[in-house]
Design a protein around this ligand. Structure first.
Ligand code: EPZ
Length: 434
């Protein structure tokens, strides 16, 4: 199992290209089964989760061709089966978004229930209610959701009980080929939903209002192939900005989408960062200063994203002052706290959804373990600041969502190595006295 060895204490400094967005790429790949014609996608990130989605498309019978620049062409002319098996769905919850497109085009789909995961229960009840609203017959049997709409789906007015990104994406895709008009209320406004809507329109769909809480989809008879470029990854961008700020460094991000990151950029400015932006670039400079502690509360877009909570908590851990981090989206997203405390941070949990952070001057290296994707990067941020060499175990979590992490960090001057086994004696301990 791969691990990261990070020798901390260096200010990050340099320029990076932001990768394509994982959370946009996954539903867009699923959306490729809406048409029998080939779809070409550019700017797909090279990530484990993307490979899993490509594997799922292959397992359904779609032809997938990937060139050396990660341009992917998906052709779902014929599918061999309409079932997404447990073996694949259990490794990645996002594969559940294949249900909407399959139901829409074939009137039939069988997708394994994704189950809970480390950050929370994450049910799919809203997805199922939405499919039923479009006239699908939904049955949950033997751990699978079986959907049937032999005469096709029919447009309807549907309002989500809560804001769900995946639920909105599933319904949006299902509605594209439904008879008549679908009005989606309380829709997720996340930029990845907007990107999916733009992609569907490039395939000939008639979607409007995406990126707002009210989406209207006028069903069409068929969708066609297209070429589409995936949007820049706002979470990756925000993560590197936070890492640079925590190390009192400076960074320029190219091929970024600053307009999708306002809440994070505002918090970074509050923390003392000098931030400037252009159409597709972001620059951050701490001028060597220690960050100032900032309270953060996660919220649906355009609020502060849950996917950057863990990283900001790591920044607050070494900031000047005390702060509170409140998580409102997932019920179990503070597993990184105990691990960061192993490096000498002073963070207390106040109930399941609040962390109180007392900023310390510096952290000290210790072996730690990654627990989920974003939590893993919070350990990287802490390790970059810490004195000594930190060993981070179970970094397969990081590889799900951060492209070539050690290359990108090295480009910023960090001392990072990927190793497949721990050194004989933990470096953190080797340097310790007593
Ligand atoms: C997406 O997950 C992202 N994943 C997550 O990113 C992100 O954290 C999340 O949206 C929130 O922004 C992808 O895009 C692939 P939700 P999703 O449905 O769609 C509850 C990362 O690190 N809910 O918006 O699964 C749910 O339990 C990942 O990249 C229901 O109760 O999230 C949660 O508390 C992790 N019933 C809340 O809604 C439902 O039917 C928001 O979940 C659906 C959701």
């Amino acid at each position: 199992m791969d691990k990261l060895l990070i020798a901390g204490g260096k200010r990050l400094s340099g320029t990076l290209r932001v990768s394509g967005a994982k959370n946009s790429a996954l539903p867009i790949l699923a959306g490729c089964v809406l048409t029998p014609e080939p779809v070409a996608l550019d700017n797909l990130p090279h990530l484990h989760d993307v490979t899993t989605m490509l594997e799922l498309l292959g397992c359904l019978g779609a032809e997938v061709v990937v060139d050396e620049k990660m341009r992917v062409e998906v052709s779902a002319r014929h599918l061999d089966q309409l079932c997404a098996p447990y073996e694949l769905v259990k490794t990645m919850r996002a594969s559940f978004v294949v249900m909407g497109p399959l139901l829409a085009r074939f009137g039939e789909a069988e997708v394994s229930l994704p189950g809970g995961c480390a950050i929370g229960a994450r049910p799919v009840d809203q997805h199922l209610k939405a499919f039923e609203a479009l006239g699908a017959d939904i049955e949950v049997r033997d751990g699978y959701v079986i959907g049937r709409a032999p005469d096709g789906l029919t447009g309807a007015d549907f309002r989500f009980d809560l804001v769900t990104v995946g639920g909105t994406q599933n319904l949006l895709m299902a509605a594209t080929l439904a008879r008549g008009t679908t009005r989606i209320g309380n829709a997720a406004c996340e930029p990845e939903v907007k990107d999916l809507g733009d992609f569907l329109n490039a395939m000939g769909a008639r979607v409007s209002g995406h990126g707002t809480p009210e989406i209207v989809v006028e069903g069409v008879d068929a969708l066609h192939g297209c070429t589409y470029r995936i949007m820049p990854d706002r979470v990756e961008a925000g993560t590197y900005l936070i890492a640079a700020a925590a190390t009192r460094g400076r960074i320029r991000l190219n091929q970024a989408a600053p307009d999708t990151l306002s809440a994070v950029l505002d918090k970074l400015r509050e923390a003392g960062a000098d931030v400037s932006t252009g159409e597709d670039w972001i620059e951050l400079d701490m001028h060597g200063r220690r960050p100032v502690a900032v309270d953060v509360e996660t919220a649906v877009y355009p609020g502060f994203p849950t996917d950057m909570q863990a990283q900001f908590l790591a920044l607050n851990a070494v900031a000047d002052g005390d702060s509170t981090i409140t998580e409102t989206i997932f019920e179990n997203r503070f597993m990184h706290v105990q691990e960061i405390n192993r490096l000498g941070a002073r963070i207390e949990l106040d109930g399941p959804s609040r962390a109180r952070v007392h900023g310390v001057d510096t952290l000290k290296a210790a072996p730690v373990m990654a627990t989920d994707l974003r939590a893993s990067f919070s350990l990287v941020v802490a390790a970059l600041v810490a004195e000594g060499t930190t060993l981070i175990d179970r970094i397969y979590h990081i590889d799900r969502g951060y492209e070539t992490i050690e290359e990108k960090l090295s480009q910023l001057g960090a001392d990072v190595q990927r190793v497949s086994r721990a050194p004989a004696r933990s470096p953190a301990r080797a340097g310790a006295s007593g």
